[in-house]
Design a protein around this ligand. Structure first.
Ligand code: ADP
Length: 476
């Protein structure tokens, strides 16, 4: 039985449980208030009756003194009689108006003898009449006056009070439980909303989009619920952000794989084409063979460069697993001079000015990789600008970094693309730059290499002045 009750209770909603608890508590309060009120009321009414009886007996004592007995009834239903009391008997003085069963009256009359001068009060049941309040006093020695007043009125009043209390308390209780439940349900609604939101998230497909479509932001349930809602929403924001980052990373990876495949396919197609041409030329035009073979080699070399870049990027991405750069003491100014010399030899149509300062700029770096970055920047300054464009490279030392600036006076990079030139496979003008042999990985590799040295690389560009600034920390 108790177990069944417990199980039913456990299945109840929180609002109903709280309302029931409130009901039980109210019931206890009502019971205590009702009992106290009834006790006080009964006491008050009895005291009133006692006072009334005292007054009646004061008047009737005079009758007893004058006539020996009591003259007439004071009120309807009341009895008064005088007794002659001796050591062991109480004899009724006639004529007297007493109920048929007057034993209790005689007993009270007798009791006065033992109480001294004080009047005696009793509540007794008189057969055939009901419950009576009895008062006995001794107006003359040996003569006792006994008055019996019916308690029907008091009982009736108490019954009515009890009925009114029960009805009022029952109504209040029902109202309290019903209204309280409604109020509690309303108050707990934000919690249900949050549960609903959580369920919504459970059924949300995370694979297609990172943004969670649902938020618990309705309703108002007080500071505690507000706190919970804020915590809940902060958690959702956090999940959202993490998912957004993950989705972004996934999309970047997918784009990278798609771009890489696409970039590799182009030279591969060329290799196939030149292989076919070579086969054809071997049979029909032997003098063309060498030309096709050279092109075939060039395409294979281009593919090799692309694969090298991809491999290097992959290694730089997995920097935690293997160290991508081997740092050693080197002179940056000397490295820049070497790169400049190579550039002058390879690109005679782009006049180059070099400013490396008087002394060496010593820092710890991977000379091979930094040279690769310098070559990339210088090659870009030649490849993406018209012939005759001036190029300059300059080394300086600021507070805690060595700075290399590669500037060209070419047409510049559109403002909208400046942020993206460091992205993998990004080219400002896809069709033209691919013809020039660019895969769009050069700057991405450069940035990853500089970052692997703890440095930064930035771009400022406008028509006539494009500057790539590489900063390498002096003490990494
Ligand atoms: P690419 O292999 O195409 O040179 P990069 O990553 O080195 O790839 O460069 C990305 C793109 O940035 C280039 O395709 C080119 O459009 C643009 N770019 C880079 N350097 C310069 C420059 N000095 N002047 C103008 N455009 C440049």
């Amino acid at each position: 039985m108790i177990r069944r009750f417990r199980e039913t209770y456990r299945r109840l909603r929180l609002g109903t449980r709280l309302a029931l608890g409130m009901g039980v508590l109210s019931l206890v309060v009502f019971a205590v208030v009702g009992a106290s009120l009834s006790m006080y009321m009964r006491d008050y009414l009895e005291r009133q009756l006692n006072d009334q009886m005292k007054l009646v007996q004061l008047t009737q004592s005079k009758d007893v003194e004058a006539y020996g007995t009591v003259q007439g009834k004071p009120y309807y239903g009341w009895y008064t009689a005088s007794y002659e009391v001796s050591a062991n008997s109480a004899v009724l003085r006639e004529p007297a108006d007493v109920p048929a069963d007057a034993d209790e009256l005689a007993v009270v009359a007798q009791a006065v003898r033992d109480s001294g001068d004080d009047p005696v009060f009793r509540t007794a049941h008189i057969k055939g009449e009901g419950t009576y309040r009895l008062r006995a006093c001794e107006p003359e020695p040996g003569v006792v006056l006994v008055t019996a007043a019916p308690m029907d009125d008091i009982e009736d009043t108490m019954d009515q009070l009890a009925t009114v209390q029960v009805v009022a308390f029952a109504l209040a209780l029902v109202g309290l439980v019903v209204f309280g439940r409604a109020v509690l349900r309303r108050g707990l609604k934000p919690l249900s909303d949050m549960a609903h939101t959580a369920r919504g998230i459970t059924s949300h497909d995370f694979t297609d989009s990172a943004r969670l479509p649902v938020r618990a932001d309705r309703g108002n349930g007080g500071p505690e619920v507000e706190e919970l809602r804020t915590a809940f929403n902060t958690m959702l924001e956090h999940i959202d952000d993490s998912l957004a980052v993950r989705t972004e990373a996934e999309q970047r990876l997918r784009r990278f794989v798609a771009d890489a495949s696409h970039e590799l396919r182009t030279p591969l197609m060329s290799v196939r084409g030149y292989a076919d041409l070579f086969q054809y030329a071997a049979a029909n035009e032997p003098e063309e063979r060498e030309k096709h073979l050279a092109r075939l080699r060039a395409e294979a070399a281009r593919m090799g460069v692309l694969l090298d870049d991809l491999l290097l990027l992959a290694r730089l991405d997995a920097a935690e697993v293997e160290a991508p750069v081997r740092l050693e003491d080197a002179d940056l100014a000397d490295l820049v001079r070497q790169a400049a010399e190579a550039f002058r030899a390879a690109r005679p149509d782009h006049p180059l000015t070099v400013a490396t300062g008087p002394g060496p700029v010593r820092l710890r770096l991977d000379a091979l990789r930094i040279r690769q970055v310098l070559d990339n920047l210088l090659t870009n300054a030649a490849v993406h600008t018209p012939a005759g464009t001036k190029v300059s490279v300059e080394v300086s030392v600021v507070a805690d970094a060595a700075v290399v600036r590669v500037t060209d006076s070419g047409p510049g990079i559109p403002a909208a693309d400046q942020e993206r030139v460091f992205d993998r496979f990004f080219r400002v003008d896809k069709a033209r730059t691919r013809d020039r042999g660019g895969s769009g990985l050069g700057l991405a590799v450069a940035r990853s290499l500089v970052q692997a040295h703890g440095g930064t690389i930035n771009l400022t560009s406008g028509p006539g002045a494009t500057t790539f600034t590489m900063r390498l920390p002096l003490a990494p």
